[in-house]
Design a protein around this ligand. Sequence first.
Ligand code: ADP
Length: 309
Amino acid sequence: MQEYSGPDEDLVALLKRDILDTSPGVTWGEIAGLHEAKRVLEEATVLPLIMPDFFRGIRRPVRGVLMFGPPGTGKTLLAKAVATEAHTSFFHVSSATLASKYRGESERMVRCLFDMARAYAPSIIFIDEIDALCTTRGATGEHEASRRVKSELLMQIDGCFGHDVEPGQHVMVLAATNFPWDIDEALRRRLEKRIYIPLPELEARKELMRINFKEVEVAADVEWEELARQMESYSGDDITNVCRDAAFNGMRRRTAGKTLEQIRNMRAAAVQTPVLMDDLVQALARISPSVSKADIAKHEAWKSEFGSV
Ligand code: ADP
């Protein structure tokens, strides 16, 4: 990967430290379910880089892709997996950071980000919480600043596929939001593919438990099907929290009533016990689903109006 040092050296250093992720390291295999989303993302983002000559003219790659859905459903994981599978440079920026950390410099920062992404091309710029760029909250001055950042972003997205961009050397924008209805029309139009990332289905819930317990011993009495059924409205993140809590329960049982000194003298192996069905049932009782039915209904309504799949 070549080094980039643009005119804004201080900003470049900042971006390299905070935003360029050289090894996101997530693969498709670590993401449960979401087969349709993976297929669409592959077609929209990975294939144009593998066979650039095919993606010309009417088949030109899309300028931007939006992933929307409730929180904790794997949008960030998918973005990282796309970068891994496509072997691209990965710039991970959160709109909230853009708006706060770089306040006053956000426009310059957006320009610098795209310059840098072009220098490292092919690149993916992942903008998390993109809705935060469209808010009209706050003082008038703030609103004006955020409007300027947004128009800079629109201009940069438009410039990503100019005639001077070599096929296979482009910069693609991947965005994620939990509030798609807050995104205005101009930005929505640039994010040509809009993919719904829903709560995990039954099979995906089972797969997610398997992924989470990959390196942990699990007792034979665990009823995966039953647990997956009980977690009907849980997000991927909620399920991971249940698994993590259950994985700690064995240790809690082993160390209950012991002093810290006694625990220090126990070997790690003595604290470990397989995860039991009961550990999972207890964890499930402690952790409730975080996404409301009303939120899901809102996403589905937006999907029917603006979604691509
Ligand atoms: P989002 O960006 O949609 O808010 P993330 O991708 O950050 O959600 O997911 C948060 C965490 O939830 C992940 O680190 C992972 O542990 C878990 N998770 C959520 N969905 C999945 C999934 N489909 N497969 C594997 N892990 C998942």
